[in-house]
Design a protein around this ligand. Structure first.
Ligand SMILES: [Zn+2]
Length: 463
């Protein structure tokens, strides 16, 4: 009994110090991410007692929650996805059964699917832009080189810029796609990869640029849009984290800034913006995947985007932040269930986008606010931009819905990008028509005048 009390006390002390979380981290186990024997489970609590029980299990073992991100976000009859390290698997399953919580194994062994993509990486070598494979995931060096080649090969309308530097001093390169125009233009901003492990997001940003380049001369819709708006694309926002997912830990989410004298790393950059900062769905504990940082915009990556938006906000008409997974098109807000003033219009556009997306491969997406459809979260880039006056501020959560989660196989890159392209273009086209109605309205007014005049002539003739 005395021994039990001793171990319980030690356990609580370790928990308090955040040390248990570090022990459970695969990167600390052997210096290299392995995930051998880790499983991802789906649990759906059916009542409040089960919700409390599940929250306790997640908290006491400091498990890697994927949906929601924090135990506080667990709700009745809402699915929970959680990664369990092999060392904790048996005890967690026993705890779940004790609480009468049924569970489904979504991923039998995380190592197996992580390994598949890592093996592919080793056989790659440098490619020219013509041979660039958009149906593979690329490490950051290849994306940097792709950015430079994309700008070099399309000098007349694509330029390469730096938004700032990451914590580890990597340049945050973005592309500006801008057709020459004598009229003042507006800005559509898209960033991908604010969360390191969501590899499909940077893959989409690259696909998106490639599609624009291929269709800007031939597609009248694209031509019209680019005559009014400049499109800015930041393929990877959290570059340090993304690099780390290739070198150390595939399922790393946050940035890589050092906290507490190097005992703890990384801020969830999508909880670091100055909007109800660190209140809902975020954590002050650096070991948490939803750590909000020391203060709003404490991180250089956040600050870089904030500086850009503060400078250009009167010109930005649309903000698109690409994530995975869950198949959602999300409008503001995430930090509150209150609705922004233009909610009806933004959600209508999101529904239109989901319906266009479905036409491509039949994939179902839901549209709605971040807080309704996902979970409450403070300090997101989407909410901060919305409150800066950018009315059309969206988060897209791409495939899938729980089968492969963050480790989406490469054979799904093409269909995911094709359907996402349809959704994104629906949003951009709507906003373009709203802000630049001249062409459409002039032609419809002319048509109306023509009809009216013709009718008068006919009527006059009759009389
Ligand atoms: Zn994300």
């Amino acid at each position: 009994m005395g021994l039990l009390i001793f171990f319980s006390t030690m356990y609580l002390l370790l928990l308090k110090a955040g040390i248990l979380g570090i022990l459970l981290s695969p990167q600390v186990l052997d210096g290299k991410e392995q995930y051998e024997g880790h499983q991802v489970l789906e649990v759906v609590p059916q009542n409040e007692v089960q919700v409390t029980c599940l929250k306790d299990i997640c908290r006491s073992s400091l498990l890697d929650l994927w949906i929601p991100l924090e135990p506080d976000g667990i709700r009745v009859r809402t699915k929970v996805h959680v990664r369990i390290p092999s060392t904790a698997l048996q005890s967690v399953k026993e705890d779940l059964l004790r609480c009468s919580l049924d569970f489904k194994i979504l991923i039998e062994n995380v190592k197996d699917i992580v390994g598949r993509i890592k093996e592919n990486k080793n056989v790659r070598h440098k490619r020219s832009l013509e041979n660039y494979n958009y149906e593979q995931y690329h490490p950051m060096e290849e994306i940097y080189s792709w950015i430079t080649q994309m700008a070099d090969n399309n000098k007349d309308f694509i330029t390469q810029h730096s938004l700032g530097e990451t914590y580890e001093l990597r340049p945050m390169q973005y592309l500006k796609i801008s057709q020459p125009s004598s009229q003042p233009k507006k800005i559509v901003w898209m960033d991908c990869g604010i969360h390191a492990r969501e590899w499909i997001a940077p893959a989409f940003c690259q696909w998106f640029v490639k599609e624009i380049v291929q269709s800007c001369q031939s597609d009248p819709k694209m031509k019209k849009i680019l005559s009014n708006v400049d499109v800015y694309v930041l393929p990877v926002l959290n570059i340090d984290g993304y690099t780390y997912t290739w070198t150390h830990e595939r399922l790393w989410r946050k940035s890589r800034s050092k906290y507490h004298n190097g005992t703890c790393y990384g801020v969830d950059l999508n909880r670091n913006f100055d909007v109800n900062w660190c209140v809902e769905g975020s954590s002050t504990n650096c070991s948490s995947n939803a750590f909000c940082g020391d203060s709003p915009a404490s991180e250089p990556e956040t600050k870089a985007l904030v500086n850009f938006v503060e400078k250009w906000k009167s010109d930005i008409i649309c903000y698109l932040s690409i994530h995975s997974y869950s198949q959602l098109i999300l409008t503001a807000y995430g930090y509150t269930t209150e609705l922004p003033k233009n909610y009806n219009e933004t959600v209508k556009v999101a529904q239109m986008a989901a319906s266009e997306l479905k036409k491509i491969h039949g994939t179902d997406y839901l549209a709605g606010t971040f807080a309704e459809q996902l979970y409450k979260a403070s300090g997101t880039s989407q909410d901060w931009l919305c409150n800066q006056g950018i009315d059309f501020s969206y988060t897209l959560e791409l495939r899938d819905n729980g089968t492969n989660q963050f480790i989406l196989p490469e054979d799904q890159i093409r269909p995911t990008c094709e359907e996402t392209m349809a959704a994104v273009m629906t949003i951009i086209e709507y906003i373009n028509d709203k802000y630049f109605p001249n062409v459409a309205s002039v032609s419809s007014v002319s048509l109306w005048l023509f009809t009216f005049t013709a009718l008068q002539i006919v009527l006059c003739g009759l009389y």
